[in-house]
Design a protein around this ligand. Structure first.
Ligand SMILES: [Zn+2]
Ligand SMILES: [Zn+2]
Length: 214
């Protein structure tokens, strides 16, 4: 099952111009089996897209969220409530993992808003990062080729899993980075379990490399 794990729509991300209906139609055209809507600090947009998607049996829409923590952006899966107020990453991890969800740091090497973006120059290994996260966003469609290579190196070095998502804010970016799951999660709870299992592979598509030619 191929899922774009990181998508913003105009419903609740003012930085995105993606219309929810077009988003679903394009995802189907691209051959994606699922998309996860991860608006900033709210599930609102995801709820709207899920309702629309009820008319499209070809695709599964999951509700996730991208939360602003003090240390950087975090993707949250399998946790139904909104998280605001820019808490510390450790607090978010506690809250989400004790409720069965999982927190995955978004675009850890992208500046700004990557991990410890407020402290440029601090190597990630010297922060709380390795303790907090057992899965990272290995490939992000808005990271450079170098930053995504760093994600792969980190996963290999730490022997942890990594997911992939486009972080699309424009329709042409949808699906440039994806996660190919061995399982077929049907809802947010199953998606979180699947992410924890490590039974998947993050992928960057040819379109990603066309967009990021150096
Ligand atoms: Zn972000
Ligand atoms: Zn994002």
């Amino acid at each position: 099952m191929i899922v774009d794990m990181h998508v913003h729509t105009l419903v609740s991300s003012p930085c995105s111009v993606i219309d929810p209906v077009e988003c679903i139609e394009r995802a189907i055209e691209l051959g994606l089996d699922g998309i996860c809507i991860t608006e900033h600090d709210t599930h609102e947009g995801a709820g709207v897209v899920k309702e629309i998607a009820a008319g499209f049996p070809e695709i599964v829409v999951f509700a996730g969220m991208e939360v602003m923590s003090r240390e950087g952006h975090l993707l949250v899966y399998g946790y139904g409530k909104d998280i605001g107020g820019v808490p510390q990453a450790a607090e978010i991890v506690d809250m989400v993992s004790s409720n069965g969800g999982i927190v995955v740091p978004a675009h850890p090497w992208r500046q700004p808003f990557g991990w410890y973006s407020g402290v440029p120059g601090t190597p990630i290994e010297d922060t709380a990062f390795p303790k907090l996260f057992s899965v990272i966003e290995k490939y992000n469609g808005l990271q450079t080729i170098r930053q995504n290579a760093r994600g792969k190196e980190y996963c290999d070095m730490m022997e942890i899993s990594g997911i992939g998502g486009s972080d699309a804010h424009r329709l042409d970016c949808l699906g440039v980075a994806v996660t190919e799951f061995e399982d077929n999660p049907a809802d947010e709870r199953e998606l979180a379990e699947t992410i924890k299992s490590g039974r998947y592979e993050a992928k960057l598509t040819d379109r990603y490399f066309e967009m990021h030619e150096e």
